[in-house]
Design a protein around this ligand. Structure first.
Ligand code: CUA
Length: 165
């Protein structure tokens, strides 16, 4: 009897390993592998940051990880729709911009999306609002909003760069 119980307990304590393939199956299209973010797919390093669409709107791709946001400083134009796509490399985080109501929960394995808009040029502190470990309170970065006409054409590789040309 004891042996049976012990055997049944093994999978119960390893549920997080067994769950992985199943969860991936159910998550479908929005799924990303937190361990392969830097290797392949949408969240490789030179695809992060701000990318401008032909309609003038921008897409911002970011990674949250203990204990920083990548890119560390992002640049967006004022007054245009900003499509945010963010995922986590490890724990649960929450991306917030001080002075705004935006607060986006970020989970490993999934892509969180949000539609943002910053009416005026300015600088916002980007902070983590979900306790994610010892370095949580140091998890800070920045978002710079520049006038639409001053927004530079960013090439892949400099999309995460805050410097205005
Ligand atoms: Cu990340 Cu708190």
């Amino acid at each position: 009897m004891f042996t049976v119980l012990a055997l049944a307990l093994i999978p119960a304590t390893r549920y997080y390993q067994i769950d992985q393939p199943l969860l991936r199956l159910f998550r479908g299209a929005g799924a990303v592998d937190p361990l392969a973010l830097h290797l392949e797919g949408e969240f490789v390093e030179n695809n992060l940051g701000t990318e401008q669409g032909s309609d003038g709107s921008v897409t911002v791709r970011m990674i949250a990880q203990q204990y920083l946001f990548v890119p560390h400083c992002i640049l967006v134009p004022a007054g245009v729709p900003v499509h945010l796509r963010i995922t986590s490399a490890d724990a649960v985080h929450a991306l917030a911009f001080n002075g705004t109501d935006y607060n986006v929960k970020v989970l490993p394995g999934t892509i969180s999306e949000a539609q943002l808009r910053f009416a005026n040029p300015g600088e916002f502190k980007t902070v983590c609002r979900e306790f994610c470990g010892a370095g949580h309170y140091a998890m800070r970065s920045a978002l710079k909003v520049v006038p639409r006409e001053q927004f530079p054409v960013l090439q892949a590789g400099e999309r995460g760069n805050c410097a205005v040309q």
